[in-house]
Structures are given as C-alpha cells and as structure tokens.
Design a protein around this ligand. Structure first.
Ligand code: TRP
Length: 387
C-alpha cells in the first residue's frame, strides 16, 4: 500500500502506464480472470473482474504450479505512516483475504515500522511502532484466517528475517539501489538498506518456523499497489542467487481521492476532509464528504445533464461504485442510466453513500473485536496451515 509522497521520501512514484510499458508487467486480461475462476472454482473477486488489479508478473506460472500441486503463499504489507487508515488502504488487503479464501493459502503481512522511521524525518521509532500496531488491528478486522495468517512488525521480527535480508543485500549493489529508487548520496543509509527488508519476505526461508510446512521452492504471490513494483523487480532479480523462484506479483491501481478520478486517495492531503474517507468516519461524515466533495462527472444544470449525460470516467462516486458495489448488473444499470442523463448525480451519490457506510460500518464493528490478545495471536510465531 502506499501514501502520497511524503517529505523526505524521495522514491519515484511510478505512474501506472509508465510502469507497465517500461518494466514489462502483463495486463490482467479476461483469459487470466477466467483461468483464476476455473482453478478456484468460484467467481473472481470484483477487483479482478473490474480491472482494479490491472497488471501482474508470472501469475500464469504461479497457477501452473498451484494446479500441479505445488503450494504458494501470499505476502503483502503496510507502511504505517498514519494512525487512521482510509478506504483506499483496504484494497490490497480485501484482495489478499479473497486470495486466502479462494486458494486456501497462507498469508504473511509485513508492517514496515522501520521503513516509516527512516523515510520520515519527523517520526520517532516509538510512534511508527505504535501506528503499526493500530494499522495491524485495522487489517486484521478484515477477517483473516488465524490458522493461515502471520502478521509481523519489522522491528520485532527482524532477527528472523535477517539472514535473508543479508543474502539480498549481498546480491544488490549501491548502484542498483540508486538506479531503482533514485536515492543520492544525501539520503540516509537506512533508506538504502530498507529495500532488502521489503524483498526478504518474498522468500520462504525468511519464515523458518511460520512457513515450516512449505518447501523452499514454493512460490510467493505479492498483491500490491502499483507503486511498490520497484521493490519486487529487485526481489525478482536476486531470486536466482538465493536459489528461490521469482515472486509472482499482482498490481492494483489506486482508489481516487474525492476530488478527482485521476488522483489517489491519501491521508497526508493538506485537507483530508475534502479528499479522504477514513475507516474511522461515521455514517454522517461519509454522507457529508461524498455530497460536498466527490467530484461529479455530471453536467452543470439538470437540463444540460438530461441532454448530455454524465462522463462516468470522471465521476468519483461512480468510480467508487466500481470498487465497492458487488452487484455487476446494478453497476451496469447505473453506468448506462447515468451516462445517458436519465440518472442524476445525487442518485449516484446516494447509492455510493450507502455502499461506503455499509463497508466502513461493518469494518468498525469487527474492529472492536480485534483486541491486543487477538493481535498477539496473529503475531505469534507458529507454523501456518497448508492446504
Ligand atoms: N512499502 C509499503 C508501504 O509503504 C509496505 C509494504 C511492505 C508492502 N511489504 C509490502 C506493500 C508488500 C505491498 C507488498 O505501504
């Protein structure tokens, strides 16, 4: 997952088309969605059907391995840069939970409290660790299977990761790191060292106990927002040197901010009230934000709107429905009616308000149950179940 570039964070923020074209990710096409449905014997997640997950690397290879009986595990993570997560942050985790249920595979979740500490000049380590704990509880509120999920803070788990981190560090030069991440001589060396820490969990040997049931040649699948790809290009480059398969990757686009369908939702926006729906927002706050701030692709007057219809691609409320409204038929009706000017912006907003209120409301209900004890259960080192 990722944030808006923050002060002191000089990594390049890859833009979708650039990454796809430059680095040769593969587009998610209907064939691969159909294949996933065939292999899992269930309907693909709406994020796959609707092009929210837009690109991948080696997903076909991973599916080949899976159907031939070779297990894989899923690895994803979160950099805890704010105490309150927003609805955009849910995207990779909702998808990871679907993968866990559909493929019955183990999931490891990295909380990069170390990353935020070295990248953010303003943050103390204690604050990063504390935000990590709070974000971890938010993530666990999505209902991950305790028998198949291990969540770890880098600061706490680093002693286990370290041999793999070292192997990655030994296989990558400073020039490579500089080339991939754009650091220069003035960046602190914590930043330069960090990519190996994010790459290490791609390799099963980083989890001697947790993935004890998993062969060393098991593949890893990494759901991620598209801007994380550089870390995993690096991981794929070094994999052969570690004697491990290259991790397969699957990339999501960003949930737009309230203000524009082409921007991305972020918690570090100067005025988050006008851009961001937080997981802590109550139903009235959600309604208010959508009504007042969600950019409309509709026309300036009702008469003009009936004549010309809405530009749904620019309409933030409609875009949110593509992410979060489950019903394909209803979504299609809204799209055609709104584009034809028979449905008004207010009606589309009213629908997305209920969808988001339901999503955030049920999140908040489950979040109450994620106590310190529940968190401790997920962070305890224990062998995860393999199908
Ligand atoms: N660097 C990511 C962030 O800033 C966190 C992260 C760590 C991650 N490991 C990951 C994201 C694996 C996706 C996949 O949010």
């Amino acid at each position: 997952m990722s944030e808006e570039p923050e002060k002191g964070d000089q990594r390049p923020r890859a833009d979708l088309d650039k990454v796809l074209a430059l680095f040769g990710c593969t587009r998610i096409t209907e064939d691969i969605v159909t294949r996933v449905e065939h292999v899992t014997k269930q309907r693909a997640h709406r994020f796959l059907r609707r092009d929210v997950f837009v690109a991948h690397r080696d997903l076909n290879l991973l599916l080949d391995a899976y159907v031939s009986g070779r297990p894989f595990y899923v690895y994803t993570g979160r950099g805890p840069s704010s105490a309150s997560m927003h609805v955009g942050h849910l995207v990779p985790f909702l998808f990871t939970k679907y993968l866990q249920d559909a493929f019955k595979v183990p999931v490891v979740i990295q909380i990069t409290d170390d990353e935020k500490y070295v990248f953010r000049p303003d943050l103390e380590l204690g604050a990063c660790v504390a935000m990590g704990k709070s974000n971890a509880k938010d993530i666990l509120a999505l209902g991950f299977d305790p028998a198949r999920t291990f969540l770890f803070s880098d600061v706490e788990y680093i002693h286990r990761l370290y041999p793999t981190v070292l192997a990655v560090q030994k296989a990558v030069t400073g020039n490579q790191i500089r080339g991939i991440f754009g650091f220069d001589g003035s960046d602190n060396v914590g930043k330069v060292a960090f990519p190996a820490v994010q790459a290490a969990p791609c390799f099963p040997e980083a989890f001697p106990l947790v993935l004890a049931g998993c062969p060393r040649d098991a593949m890893c699948l990494v759901p991620q927002a598209i801007d994380q790809d550089p870390y995993f290009r690096m991981a794929r480059d070094v994999a052969p040197r570690l004697g491990c398969p290259k991790p397969a990757l699957i990339h999501s686009k960003f949930l737009p901010s309230l203000q524009s369908a082409t921007s991305k939702m972020s918690s570090s926006h100067p005025d988050p009230k006008t851009s961001t729906i937080f997981l802590s927002d109550g139903p009235d706050v959600i309604a208010e934000k959508i009504k007042r701030h969600a950019f409309s692709g509709g026309q300036a007057t009702a008469a003009l709107h009936r004549e010309l219809g809405a530009t749904v691609d620019d309409d933030v409320a409609y875009q949110y429905l593509t992410f979060f409204l489950e019903d394909d038929a209803e979504l299609e009706t809204i799209r055609t009616e709104y584009a034809a000017g028979r449905m008004m912006t207010g009606e589309v907003k009213a629908r997305v308000i209920t969808v988001l209120q339901d999503l955030v409301g049920s999140f908040q209900t489950s979040r109450v149950g994620v106590t310190d004890e529940v968190l401790a259960g997920f962070t305890a080192e224990r062998p995860l179940e393999f199908a």
